[in-house]
Design a protein around this ligand. Structure first.
Ligand SMILES: [Mn+2]
Length: 291
């Protein structure tokens, strides 16, 4: 299994220099996969980042979220068109980074909504993602939609909803990106949700219920990892947490990061990798015992 770490553990990765610093710290902590968020291509030398990652032996993953003015589920066609352009650009960046996928909450604005989603919002989003998924397929990039919790989108929050979305799209290049932090809020049972997702689970985030040290909260990692082993998941498992001092106010506002759970990012990352490896090995041993 490839274990990854999100750049947010160190910083919000909006410039070449901070991205390179994060990659070096991730490699030093022992990771072999590194996730980058969306960024402004004019501020990041994508080719240089890709070469540096290759030299370090790090596989890159790309993700992005959509600001309200790029909400592809919007009732305003101009906003939807702007959002589709942002997604097409994100696919191109993912391709140029050498990432096999683009993940994150790409199906709506990444924001707290104050209204119910309508059928029209759903259909609008599905039509956009179906088109973007086709373009992404031609670029060798799989799209994985992150099922975030109710405070960060209104369109869908569960694996069952995500599967309905994929069916409606008719796409074979749309997958689900699930995250233990969000599933802990929205799913009745994390293990059942992962099994229901099966081969449509395209990417996996590990986050503790308090966004702090893995094992310090209430996430049932045995249940989650047993299910991942059960479905034969073989893509990256990436720990996500937020560095309060390294991440910008825009990001902290969206994800409601209001306090510091830890201060030493390197120590957090090393402990997270040890924790994930240990829980994964336990899940493999349990599966082998009942094969
Ligand atoms: Mn996540």
């Amino acid at each position: 299994m490839k274990f990854g770490v999100h750049s947010f553990v160190w910083n919000d990765a909006q410039e070449t220099a901070t991205i390179e610093a994060g990659m070096e710290r991730a490699r030093a902590a022992g990771f072999d996969f590194f996730e980058l968020p969306g960024f402004d291509r004019r501020r990041v030398d994508v080719g240089r980042v890709a070469r540096r990652a290759e030299a370090l032996g790090l596989e890159l993953g790309a993700s992005c979220g959509l600001a309200p003015e790029f909400d592809v589920s919007s009732d305003d066609p101009a906003v939807v068109a702007a959002g589709e352009a942002v997604l097409n650009e994100a696919v191109a960046i993912a391709r140029d980074l050498g990432s096999k996928g683009l993940s994150g909450p790409i199906f709506s604005g990444h924001q707290k909504y104050r209204v119910m989603p309508t059928r029209r919002n759903w259909d609008t989003s599905v039509a956009v993602l179906a088109r973007v998924a086709e373009r992404a397929k031609a670029a060798g990039v799989a799209l994985s939609m992150e099922l975030v919790n109710r405070y960060e989108t209104n369109l869908m929050n569960t694996v069952r909803q995500g599967l309905a979305y994929i069916r409606d799209s008719g796409s074979d290049n749309l997958y689900l990106h699930v995250d233990t932090f969000h599933m802990n809020i929205e799913e009745d049972d994390m293990g059942q949700a992962i099994r229901l997702g099966g081969d449509r689970i395209g990417y996996f985030h590990v986050g503790e219920s308090n966004r702090g040290y893995l094992g310090s909260g209430s996430i049932d990692f045995a249940r989650a990892f047993d299910a991942l082993v059960g479905i034969g998941y073989d893509r990256a498992i990436t720990v996500e947490a937020f560095n309060v001092r390294g991440c910008g106010d825009w990001l902290k506002a969206i994800c409601a990061i209001w306090r510091e759970n830890w201060t030493d990012a390197d120590a957090f990352a090393r402990a997270a990798l040890d924790f994930m490896r240990a829980r994964w090995d336990e899940a493999l041993r349990r599966a082998a015992a009942y094969r």
